[in-house]
Design a protein around this ligand. Structure first.
Ligand code: ADP
Ligand code: MG
Ligand code: MG
Length: 897
């Protein structure tokens, strides 16, 4: 058997790895290899693969057989290319040791620079460079970094030592320290090291390297890294790679520098170099804030040639990677070296502009721009008002909660919905602050600019309602304690009173004291151009979940191609309507019920007319009544008394009826089609309202495509029963109107049993819509409203990878969906299928729906652009995967047994 390759060399214009090998070489290593191959000036080095890290971690710190030799050989490779010798006292090779996983992870080990120095080689370096100060500066940095990173010597102890010396010498900056000072520092640092570790500073370079490599591997399992991966949901990586690379020096004098830059402005996308540099500095001095770095544009003045070289390289990198790059560089005596490149992070606005510009500049084609340059969450940013982050000071942050619904909002604090509505009516901007919200708060929530709760998760009432409306919401902000009685909330330091101004940022979950500036969402020409491109690459439709004509109109504006879910229960709220509804619910006889329903009919019909009009002939799926009737009844004594009086019955009687209607498990109780089957007159009224509305639209000469959806079907018999009621009404309506309208009758697939018998249901139904909220509840057996109590723990412990109410659980719930799709298609190959749960707006779930061949996804109006992009990307990516021979992962496997 071949000896297993664990070390990949780069430098001198070639490399053993490439950018497709990120899994194996980490992002940094893969890109160093790539840059070497395309001839960029990068110091030579090598990468120890992530598989070795996995081995190291499984074998408690042992090195796999053969690694020692491969590292040795790779060191020789660097020595040859640099014409230096590792450990040599007159001509020493120094290296940096850098971590780097497939995904960028700040939780991991910091870089060690200048490794290879000892008491002898520091003299050699000094003699060779004729720069003693520089050599000893490198040495003291090395002791500091090696001590801190590899041996956990607190960095502050080194800081104290240097500060002490600066005080003694009465200087302010490191650069003001002279040769003798540097030598003195080396001695003091060694003492710090000795005191803290109980050992002498290691003088053998090979030993230093061995320790440093182990420290990088060890950092993969550090608490910091584990926590970072958990919070950021990073899974499926083997470990970190280790990059060992020849040092280049930005600290040899004033013709040297180190810096970082983006190839374009990451905040607005302008095509200009954006970044900072420091003259005569090394490594992370730029970000460490030791001296104030200078704007990258000043480099043009101080080192004009090098600046132009840098500019040429950034152009080359952009063309090569077909993306904006975030790079790190060092200038050694006027010579430029690139030390890192990666795709740069950017705002939504910048992402769209960069995509458009790069296509204009013929850097890439439209399909690639759509596939790679804008992420769904970038669009999400554009759709909502933004806070000017630079205006927020740390001490103004009152607390952090869950980023429940994106966008920024500013308003005066109110603690109850009624006040919110009153203040709104007086033209005030308010933020509703509640421990939790309930359906009774919807009026106040709607009147508020934003919502803040101290309890509840991403799928709490506040979060779900706010997202549906596109209203900013921070949920579950445990940093604050709310006291309704005193009308205050506090974070322990600052107390905020009712009427005080606060600002919230729902994209970040941030609560800020005071009135901050908010920029409204802007749809510039770039956005419109980009979305046009998106739609040309998309073949799955995007519909919306909308219950009102306003929502429908908004969704049309955002590009919705129909309504995938119009819930009808919301239509029963409002003064007159709820009265009739309640009368219907507590009716004792069918006759009474019919008369109450008759009062509701005109309202429902008008709603449908308006929704059909707003959708201009696009399909509209209307779901028949779904929630348990109990939800429409009041639960507070006062309200019950008022209702009893209204209805002209005894309060005690009403209370008894309400008691009778209440259920132990309403979610699994008398709801959905079970209601329609027990009270067919409800189905009749709703079918009549939908079809009469449709007929009316048609009579106006306009198009209309009604689709009636029966909820909570678990057996085909249920479906047949309801369908029969609807068909009969249709016949009547069409006869009365002397006009017919084409319509479809289909069902939600949301009960696991329905998925299992989907073929039987499909032979009766004209469409399926996957109600993945209920399907998730029932498949997991989690009540969505109660899952908050354990979901967070499950996520933290890794028992669940994602909140299944946000990201469709492909393994379980997804299997049911797949089964239903296959069974449905086996009976009716053309059966139209879509999804209408919250998942319809989640990019990875959209990709899953695409892979199953669904015709559409449906999501809340504000998620429509996100879903459009996700659908286009799903298609483009599946085509890219199919057409490429996938270089990734080509060399992984079998090291760990
Ligand atoms: P991070 O992942 O935290 O960015 P890096 O491994 O990129 O850490 O190292 C941080 C910085 O250290 C680099 O930006 C660069 O300035 C410096 N550095 C790393 N390796 C070398 C090297 N071989 N020569 C000179 N400077 C280096
Ligand atoms: Mg770092
Ligand atoms: Mg870096």
């Amino acid at each position: 058997m071949d000896r297993k390759k664990m070390v990949y060399k780069f430098g001198g214009g070639s490399a053993e790895g490439d950018r497709a090998m990120k899994q194996l070489l980490g992002g940094k290593g893969a890109n160093l290899a790539e840059m070497s191959s395309i001839g960029l000036p990068i110091p030579p080095g090598f990468t120890i693969s992530t598989e070795v890290c996995q081995y190291y971690s499984k074998h408690k710190g042992d090195w796999p057989e053969g690694l020692e030799e491969q590292v040795q050989e790779a060191i020789h490779h660097i020595e040859d290319l640099m014409d230096l010798e590792f450990g040599d006292s007159s001509n020493p090779l120094l290296v940096s040791v850098r971590s780097g996983a497939a995904q960028s992870m700040p939780g991991m080990m910091d870089t060690v620079l200048n490794l290879g120095l000892n008491d002898k080689s520091v003299q050699g370096l000094a003699a060779k460079t004729d720069n003693e100060r520089f050599a000893f500066d490198c040495y003291r940095r090395f002791i500091d970094m090696f001590g801190g990173v590899v041996m956990q010597v607190p960095h502050e102890e080194f800081e104290e030592a240097i500060q002490g010396l600066k005080d003694e010498k009465s200087v302010e900056l490191d650069t003001e320290l002279g040769v003798e000072d540097m030598k003195e520092l080396v001695d003091r640092y060694k003492a710090v090291y000795r005191k803290s570790t109980g050992h002498m500073f290691p003088q053998n370079p090979s030993e230093q390297l061995h320790y440093a490599i182990n420290a990088v591997f060890g950092s993969w399992d550090s608490n910091r890294a584990i926590k970072y991966r958990r919070i950021n949901k990073i899974t499926g990586l083997l470990g970190t790679a280790v990059n060992v690379q020849a040092m280049v020096y930005g600290n040899m004098g004033d013709d040297c520098a180190t810096g970082v830059c983006f190839t374009r402005n990451p905040s607005d996308g302008t095509n200009e170099l954006y970044g900072e540099f420091l003259i005569n500095a090394q490594g992370e001095d730029v970000v460490a804030g030791i001296r104030t770095p200078r704007n990258i544009n000043e480099l043009k003045e101080v080192m004009s040639d090098t600046y132009h070289e840098l500019r040429e390289i950034t152009h080359k990198l952009e063309r090569h990677y077909q993306d904006m790059q975030d790079i790190e560089f060092t200038i050694q005596q006027g010579k430029l070296f690139i030390l890192q490149t990666r795709n740069g992070k950017r705002t939504g606005k910048a992402a769209v502009k960069i995509a458009i510009d790069m296509v204009d500049e013929v850097i890439l084609k439209k399909d690639k721009a759509v596939e790679n340059l804008v992420q769904p969450n970038h669009l999400d940013q554009l759709l909502h008002p933004q806070l000017d982050e630079s205006s927020v000071k740390e001490e103004e942050i009152l607390g952090k909660g869950l980023p429940a619904s994106p966008g920024a909002a500013v308003g005066k604090v109110v603690f109850d919905s009624e006040t919110a509505e009153e203040m709104k009516a007086e033209g005030e901007s308010v933020i509703l602050v509640r421990i939790e919200t309930s359906p009774e708060d919807v009026g106040g929530m709607s009147a508020s600019e934003g919502i803040l709760t101290s309890r509840g998760g991403m799928t709490s009432h506040a979060a779900v309602v706010a997202r549906g409306w596109g209203k900013p919401c921070v949920a579950g902000c445990g940093d604050i304690i709310i006291n309704y009685e005193n009308q205050i909330f506090t974070n322990g330091k600052v107390t905020v009173h009712a009427g005080d101004w606060i600002s919230i940022d729902g994209a970040q979950g941030m609560v800020i004291n005071g009135k901050k500036e908010v920029e409204p969402p802007k749809f510039d020409d770039n956005y419109h151009t980009f979305m046009k491109w998106v739609d040309t690459f998309r073949d799955m439709d995007v519909r919306t979940n909308a219950d009102t004509p306003e929502d429908a109109a908004k969704a049309r504006e955002y590009g919705a191609q129909g309504i995938g879910l119009a819930r009808t229960e919301h239509m029963f709220f409002g003064d007159e309507r709820i009265k009739a509804m309640r009368r219907m619910i507590i009716s004792e006889s069918e006759e009474e019920r019919r008369s109450a329903l008759e009062a509701l009919l005109p309202y429902q019909k008008q709603d449908f007319i308006e929704i059909f009009e707003a959708m201009e002939g696009l399909p509209v799926t209307v779901r028949l009544l779904d929630p348990p009737l109990h939800e429409f009844l009041p639960d507070e004594d006062e309200e019950i008394a008022a209702l009893a009086e209204d209805l002209g019955i005894k309060e005690a009687d009403l209370k008894r009826k309400i008691r009778l209607l209440s259920e132990f498990n309403p979610m699994l109780g008398h709801r959905g089609c079970r209601l329609g089957i027990t009270y067919p007159e409800i189905t009749e009224m709703q079918a009549r309202a939908i079809l009469e509305a449709a007929v009316e639209i048609k009579k106006q000469g306009k198009e209309v495509q009604p689709e009636i959806m029966i909820p909570l079907v678990g057996t085909s018999e249920e479906f047949i029963h309801e369908r029969h009621v609807i068909d009969e009404i249709a016949e009547k309506v069409f006869e009365e109107a002397e006009e017919t309208v084409e319509f479809k009758v289909g069902t939600m697939i949301e009960i696991p049993r329905a998925a299992i018998v989907a073929d039987k249901i499909a032979s009766e139904a004209e469409f399926f819509s996957f109600g993945t909220n209920d399907l998730t509840q029932m498949t997991f057996g989690y009540s969505r409203d109660d899952a908050g109590k354990f979901l967070e723990l499950y996520l933290n412990e890794g028992i669940l990878k994602h909140d299944p109410f946000q990201v469709l659980d492909e393994e379980g719930v997804g299997s049911l969906v797949r089964m239903a799709v296959e069974k449905g298609h086996s009976v009716k190959p053309d059966l139209k299928m879509g999804i209408c749960g919250e998942h319809g707006g989640d990019p990875s779930s959209v990709a899953f729906c695409y892979s199953l061949g669904l015709n559409y996804v449906s999501c809340s109006p504000y998620r429509v652009p996100v879903a459009r992009l996700a659908a286009a990307q799903a298609r483009l990516r599946s085509e890219s995967t199919a057409s490429s021979t996938r270089g990734e992962d080509k060399k992984s496997g079998e090291l760990v047994s």
